[in-house]
Design a protein around this ligand. Structure first.
Ligand code: AKB
Length: 316
């Protein structure tokens, strides 16, 4: 299992924690973190770092050769809320970034790719409760459109060129070590910081906006379990549904109140509320469970408790 790994978009919410886990698992020198910034963030500074713009195919190729990279975790993307502000950039970065990475695999320069999809692939005509693996999609956001197209692109490269690209549809991800950026589900991270710092939070979604969410350790576990599964167990080559816990802002606030009794939440829904309204409330992840043994460890109660403990007493 000796690989050289490149994480693109390593300074983001998932990338920061994924690099730390991969470095624990494979060795610090084996995992190259990369992002747009010239210098690594503190969390990434213990190992190799390269400035990469994934739209620069030649620059990407040079780094892959420099470190003899076998596996790429390609996380760089514009998320749902930001992409709505800059649709052309969202399309360009999300689609051409994936193309540049997947072409490296087709040409035999890398062996395996992880690329995240999202619950944003679903739209207003999708069944909302226990959304199945295969169903109507028709997303309304540019982010969701790029994720549906990207899933088909991955499946096409797998079928036609035997490229080993693997993917999960992430729900909203909640963690305490790194900040989310530009997503519709970001409220579920901000709320913890505001509850601890100020005892109150103004939410940009309405109180009943139920969305699928997942605690970061489960998101990392899903990513690594999928990447470590034997290739013949990875039967879905678009992207797997995975689920953690589904809840509304009101239910999350209620759970936080068990630990911070005076916590107050108010609601001022903005454009992100309509994005949330087009997404599922809960997800059927039975195919991920049966194909490669997916199972989350955290429910809402455990996640809230763990978030609050760690944010109050940072361990890292
Ligand atoms: C977003 O809100 O855009 C992301 C996602 C669900 O993919 N967190």
């Amino acid at each position: 299992m000796s690989q050289n790994i490149l994480v693109i978009g390593a300074a983001g919410q998932i990338g920061t924690e994924l690099v730390q886990e991969l470095r624990k698992m494979y060795g610090t020198d084996k995992v190259v973190a990369s992002d747009l910034a010239e210098r690594p963030t503190n969390a990434l500074a213990d190992g190799p770092y390269e400035q990469i713009d994934v739209l620069d195919a030649k620059g990407l190729f040079d780094i892959v050769k420099k470190y003899a990279i076998d596996e790429v975790y390609h996380l760089a993307a514009l998320l749902s809320a930001t992409a709505e502000m800059k649709p052309a950039l969202g399309w360009n970065l999300n689609m051409n970034g994936l193309s540049n990475v997947i072409e490296l695999a087709r040409d035999g320069h890398i062996r395996k790719i992880f690329w995240p999809s999202s619950i944003a692939v679903f739209g207003p005509h999708t069944p909302k409760d226990m959304t199945p693996q295969r169903t109507v999609m028709e997303p309304t956001t540019v982010y969701g459109i790029t994720k549906v197209a990207g899933e088909s692109w991955c499946e096409y490269y797998n079928r036609r060129y035997n490229v080993d690209v693997r993917s999960v549809r992430f729900p909203g991800i909640i963690g305490y070590k790194s900040a989310p950026g530009g997503g519709t589900t970001d409220y579920a991270v901000h709320i913890f910081h505001e509850a601890i710092a100020h005892g109150k939070y103004e939410c940009f979604l309405n109180e009943n906006a139920e969305l699928p969410m997942m605690y970061m350790p489960d998101a990392i576990k899903a990513t690594l379990n999928l990447m470590h599964a034997p290739a013949d167990q990875v039967k879905v080559r678009t992207s797997y549904n995975i689920a953690g816990a589904s809840f509304t802002p009101a239910i999350l606030a209620e759970e936080i109140r068990k630990h911070i009794p005076d916590f107050k939440i108010t609601y001022k829904p903005d454009y992100r509320d309509s994005i949330a309204a087009s997404w599922p409330s809960s997800i059927d992840d039975s195919m991920a469970r049966s194909d490669w043994g997916w199972q989350p460890d955290f429910n809402l109660e455990r996640m809230v408790e763990d978030m609050l403990v760690n944010l109050r007493e940072p361990t890292v």
